[in-house]
Design a protein around this ligand. Structure first.
Ligand code: GLU
Length: 522
């Protein structure tokens, strides 16, 4: 059974690229009935932040994807040191007393500009032991083979890759303060946790050669690597928070009203495609179809502009997922967007800011495995702290079927259904009340008649339909000429959801008040 892991460093908010890495690992685990491990790579104490840990858990909680085991790398320092010791004992690492300071800076960089081997590499063991025993600080460096040769592996995405030993510097395993480097901690943990597949961003491909050397020195079987293509911005640069802002943060999508299922669907298609090239996929279908072979090497572009922050495909998928939902489930999802504590529409200054309480903390046990079909429904009922106001939820249940086809984002409820919630309609131009091929006088007689028939009509879809049609016959006008002024009177605009359902939900009293106000305008 495969064992995969998502190993974020809690040094920033949850980036959509990290979310995609999580999703691909999760899909691989679930498709193959394997184990999903969540491991916080939190050994870099200077760069870690609690806010970042919160953002990771909050993002994963919103996505509604579970995991089976959870670790913190900082709890496992003894294991990392033991691994370093084992490598040292085999003669595959050496103490570097000179370059202790440089070790920190060259850990990840590939040590451009520094010599490949430090002068300490050939220090006799007795002298090394003596200086260490005397308390002299040192970094522990991997002894990269000096012979001609290379280290390589078959990446599940990029195929055969290799790097010559001479192009790899003697990288650090332990820093001078005794802390493990990223390379050592990762490999020691991956080996100890019996990770079978390392699925992560392509930016780590160059690290994988060092990792391969460490696994080999540890005597551990090397996992299969699958590096994921980069996410790029339309400007051709790698997607980054610093350059591209909120579009890079998972919470931006959540706060704008993406459904987790649609967002996951969108992210999956950034660098992966199912054999049949289908696009709209449920979570269950994606689990079913997901294979590493379906991952492309080409970098994936997330499209956005200053005017439209979301990729058109993401919006299209979200609309499709919204349409496919049971109206009652959708009504629950809409609650946070219309309630009194309605989520603010994020502005650029909101990047990565949590706008609601943290649903789970890192110290909670891993989420229970949810049956696949429970993942398709509402996330809000699962993650929101407080239950929805029952009256609001009931109202939304009635409104939802009228607007379901008209939304791309959940927050669109604020623009397509605003008049259901307003005590007073915002001002509109009285010319809007005039029906096609009609005039102000026709508008007025329509509204006067409507007020009369709606005072007694049965307030159901069919009752309203019959009453208003009969009224148009009585007035000798087309049905459309009857409906138009009524629609504008109750909604404040011409483009609105289907009329009879709208009247029914608004109720007799509101409709009569608004029609009376419209008559006043004419
Ligand atoms: N902590 C690393 C990161 O966040 C994980 C790298 C890996 O998956 O090996 O980039």
């Amino acid at each position: 059974m495969p064992r995969v892991r998502f190993a974020p460093s809690p040094t920033g908010f949850l980036h959509i690229g990290s979310a995609r890495t999580y999703i691909f690992n999760w899909l691989y685990a679930r498709h193959n009935r394997g184990t999903m491990v969540l491991r916080l790579d939190d050994t870099d104490v200077d760069r870690n932040s609690d806010a970042s840990v919160t953002s990771i858990f909050e993002g994963l909680s919103w996505l509604g994807l579970d995991w089976d085991e959870q670790y913190r790398q900082s709890d496992r320092l003894a294991l990392h040191r033991a691994a370093a010791q084992a490598i040292f004992d085999k003669g595959r690492a050496y103490r570097d007393f000179n370059l202790a300071a440089a070790a920190e800076t060259t850990e990840r960089s590939g040590a451009a500009g520094t010599s490949r081997h430090g002068p300490m590499r050939e220090l006799p063991r007795e002298e090394s032991d003596r200086r260490a025993a005397a308390g002299e600080p040192f970094a522990l460096r991997f002894r990269v083979p000096e012979v001609a040769g290379h280290v390589g592996f078959a990446d599940a995405v990029y195929g055969e890759v290799s790097k010559a030993f001479e192009d790899i510097e003697d990288f650090a395993l332990l820093r001078s303060d005794g802390m493990p480097t990223y390379h050592l901690a990762n490999c020691a943990d991956d080996a100890d946790l019996r990770i079978s597949h390392i699925i992560r961003g392509q930016e780590h491909l160059s690290n994988a050669f060092k990792h391969q050397l460490i696994f080999e020195a540890l005597g551990a079987e090397s996992p299969t690597f699958a590096h994921l293509p980069l996410l790029m911005a339309p400007d051709g640069m790698k997607l980054s928070k610093r350059v591209h802002g909120p579009v890079v943060s998972v919470t931006t999508y959540r706060d704008a009203g993406f459904l987790p299922a649609a967002f996951i669907n969108f992210l999956c298609l950034l660098g992966w495609s199912p054999k049949n090239d289908r696009e709209k996929l449920t979570r269950e279908e994606t689990v079913e179809l997901f294979t590493l072979e379906g991952i492309n090497r080409a970098n994936a572009v997330v499209k956005f502009t200053d005017e439209e922050p979301f990729d058109p495909k993401a919006l299209w998928l979200n609309a499709e997922h919204i349409r496919a939902m049971a109206p009652d489930d959708l009504a629950r999802e809409l609650v946070p967007f219309v309630g009194p504590a309605s989520r603010p529409v994020p502005s650029t200054s909101d990047v990565g800011q949590a706008s609601r309480p943290v649903p789970s903390t890192p110290d909670t046990p891993p989420q229970a495995t949810l049956p696949a079909d429970s993942l398709a429904g509402s996330s809000i009922s699962r993650h929101d702290e407080s239950p929805a106001d029952p009256a609001l939820l009931d109202k939304l249940r009635h409104i939802t079927p009228l607007i379901q086809e008209r939304m791309k984002l959940l927050r669109d409820v604020q623009t397509v259904a605003d008049f259901f919630f307003a005590d007073q309609l915002p001002p509109y131009d009285s010319a809007e009340l005039i029906p096609k091929k009609g005039d102000a006088a026709m508008a007025k007689s329509v509204l006067v008649k409507a007020r009369e028939v709606l005072a007694t009509a049965e307030f159901t879809h069919d009752g309203l339909d019959a009453a208003l049609r009969a009224a148009s016959v009585e007035l000798g006008i087309k049905a459309g000429q009857m409906f138009e002024p009524v629609r504008v009177a109750v909604c404040g605009r011409k483009t609105a959801p289907p009329l009879f359902g709208t009247l029914e939900v608004l109720g007799r009293e509101t409709c009569l008040t608004r029609i009376a106000q419209a008559i006043e305008k004419l």
